[in-house]
Design a protein around this ligand. Structure first.
Ligand code: EPU
Length: 432
């Protein structure tokens, strides 16, 4: 296993280019198998989650060609299997989009249950409720979801919770259903809109994505397209917060500033300067970060996927901050690790109480999930001395070239093999 080793207290500076949105790409790559013609998708992030999903797509028999690092061609005309049980797919969340895609196209799907970050209970009842409303018989057996129907017929689906996954998954199936579907209390995240735009570019008839009421007029088939995925809101937010925490000055390029408003506004509140351009955002840190309160909410609220990273930053802030997590029930598993580095954070039910400012010092810490890992790296970049972040495969599942991008901003960080003490000593000697 590899680890990141870093020496902290170097302000990040320079510019960084943001990759395509992971959570849009997962929906789009799965949806691409629904057409019987070549579908070209650009700006796909080169990350572990996409590799895992591609392995699942290949299992269906759809042809897949990597045209370059970020551009793939997928052709569903060769699809011959509705069974996807790849071990790789089990590790990620987004593999469940193959259920909606296969059910829409083939009226049958047998897909391994999703994995992904352990953020507490992550039920998929709303996905299944949506598929059943369209006429599918759905059951979970032997670790797989089995969904099947004679005919898929549009219906009114009311989601009990705002769910990104359920909204996208049912939208995929409903695109090829007979008649009209209404998705009520739908998720409004930018990646939901991007998947809808992608489906529309293949001939689907979806209106209202980005609001909580999505109307879908089913079509009999979808055609080929050439589509480019939007930039990743959370990768951009992570670099913005890293700039703030290290008191740096970073221009985050290839972003949609509108998608970053909740993050920009919190960074301004804690004292940073945030300047928005057309496709970039510049964050200039402040020496005296101020405490603030944050509540995670579905879009356009502050994203839960930015919660650990901002917590690491608030550990350095003057005063007491409270973060309320309203989306997932166990997303504070990184707190013990931050406290090992000197943060003073206590968790009471859904709230993290962060007392600052604290002096962070380097330690060996474990990334319990993707965003937790990013938060620990941010803390390490601010800490005195050396920090080792273990279990970085979580980070690389969702951030493209994270290490290289940080290095290009001046971070003193390297990837080393867990047991390679020589490399670790060499790193320390080189940077001391
Ligand atoms: N929920 C249900 N039933 C369902 C589905 C969701 O109760 O059938 C609940 C969840 O337990 C949670 C809430 O609804 O409390 C929202 O969950 P949602 O379905 O929106 O999350 P998800 O689709 O599992 C996606 C992203 C997550 C991101 C959330 C929230 C993907 C592959 N994952 O997860 O991304 O945190 O939406 O925006 O799109 C990440 O990128 O680090 C990540 C965890």
């Amino acid at each position: 296993m590899d680890q990141y080793i870093m020496k902290g207290q170097v302000p990040l500076s320079g510019e960084v280019f943001i990759a395509g949105a992971k959570n849009a790409a997962l929906g789009i790559v799965a949806a691409a198998i629904m057409a019987d013609e070549p579908v070209h998708v650009d700006n796909i992030p080169a990350i572990g989650d996409i590799q895992a999903l591609i392995a699942g797509v290949k299992e269906t028999g759809a042809s897949v060609v990597e045209e370059n690092k970020h551009r793939w061609m997928i052709n569903g005309s060769t699809l011959h299997s509705v069974t996807v049980e790849s071990g790789e797919l089990q590790k990620i969340r987004g593999g469940y989009y193959l259920i909606g895609a296969l059910l829409g196209k083939c009226h049958k799907a047998e897909v391994v249950m999703p994995g992904g970050c352990n953020l507490g209970a992550r039920p998929i009842d709303q996905h299944l409720k949506g598929f059943r409303a369209l006429g599918a018989k759905v059951e979970i057996r032997n670790g797989k979801v089995y969904a099947e129907c004679e005919r898929l017929v549009g219906n009114h689906v009311y989601f009990d919770v705002s769910s990104v996954g359920a909204t996208i998954n049912v939208m995929l199936a409903a695109s090829l259903a007979e008649g009209k579907t209404i998705l009520d209390n739908a998720a409004k995240e930018p990646h939901v809109v991007d998947v809808a735009n992608f489906l529309n570019s293949m001939g689907a008839k979806i209106k209202g994505a980005g609001t909580d009421l999505i109307r879908i007029e089913g079509v009999p088939k979808l055609h080929g397209t050439d589509y480019s995925i939007i930039p990743d809101q959370i990768e951009a937010g992570t670099f913005m917060v890293a700039a703030a925490a290290t008191r740096g000055d970073v221009v985050v390029r290839n972003v949609i500033p509108k998608h970053l408003e909740s993050i920009s506004s919190k960074l301004r509140e804690i004292g940073c300067e945030v300047v928005e351009g057309e496709e970039e955002v510049r964050v200039v840190g402040t020496n005296t970060i101020q405490a603030t309160n944050i509540k995670t909410l579905p879009y356009p609220g502050f994203p839960t996927d930015m919660q650990p990273q901002i917590a690491a930053t608030l550990a350095l802030a003057t005063g007491t901050s409270i973060i309320s997590e309203t989306v997932f029930d166990a997303r504070f598993r990184y707190v013990n690790e931050l406290n090992r580095m000197g943060a003073c954070i206590s968790v009471e039910r859904d709230n993290a109480i962060i007392v600052g400012p604290q002096r962070l010092t380097g330690a060996t810490v474990n990334a319990s999930d993707l965003r937790a890992g990013a938060a620990l790296v941010i803390a390490g970049l601010c800490a005195e001395g050396y920090t080792t972040v273990c279990d970085i495969e979580h980070i690389e599942r969702g951030y493209e070239d994270f290490l290289e991008k940080l290095q290009s901003l001046g971070a003193v960080i390297e990837r080393v093999a867990e047991n390679d003490t020589r490399a670790k000593t060499k790193f320390r000697m080189r940077v001391s």
